[in-house]
Write a protein that binds this ligand. Structure first.
Ligand SMILES: CC(C)(COP(=O)(O)OP(=O)(O)OC[C@H]1O[C@@H](n2cnc3c(N)ncnc32)[C@H](O)[C@@H]1OP(=O)(O)O)[C@@H](O)C(=O)NCCC(=O)NCCS
Length: 131
């Protein structure tokens, strides 16, 4: 499994590649996340048939390494309040819940960029010390 990183402006993306297939991905926002001034990890997903093999952990650790290189002290993210599996996953990786949050989300039309739908979801902000 190989990890590939791409950065553009305030956004970064990491993908996990196995046998020419993307099996996992995540994004990082270097500013304007939900827990400033910390970088914001979001959209982590591992393809269902490749879960439980350490790919999620490797992606998060690689994002943290990028964060260190950007000079960050912490990595932050949020999870839905009722997503016990995601909370357990991030706790296993050393993240702790720091506060409740109301996450404002938007769905955009990929062609036009127009907002299709938007709303607010109650989440928990989790954070890990990087140094
Ligand atoms: C959460 C997710 C990214 C985990 O990816 P993964 O590749 O299966 O995770 P890993 O194999 O790297 O597991 C890393 C550690 O977390 C633990 N873990 C993984 N999934 C877990 C779960 N559902 N509950 C509790 N612990 C879990 C593992 O036991 C492992 O710990 P260990 O190494 O000490 O045994 C994957 O299940 C997924 O894509 N889920 C759907 C999307 C999602 O929930 N994303 C996160 C919220 S945004």
């Amino acid at each position: 499994m190989r990890l590939k990183a791409a950065e553009h402006g305030e956004e970064g993306m990491l993908v996990a590649v196995l046998a020419s297939r993307i099996v996992g991905a995540e994004s990082i926002r270097w500013s304007q996340g939900c827990d400033p001034p910390n970088p914001w990890l979001y959209g982590l997903q591992v393809a269902a048939e490749f879960r439980g093999q350490g790919i999620g952990r490797s992606l998060v650790r690689a994002a943290e390494e990028l964060g260190r290189r950007h000079g960050a002290d912490h990595m932050s993210l949020d999870v839905d309040v009722d997503d016990a599996r995601a909370i357990a996953f991030y706790e296993a990786l050393g993240y702790t819940v720091v506060r409740h949050h109301q996450h404002h989300w938007r769905s955009l039309d990929p062609r036009t960029g127009a907002v299709i739908n938007e709303g607010t979801a109650p989440t928990l902000i989790m954070r890990r010390l990087l140094r």
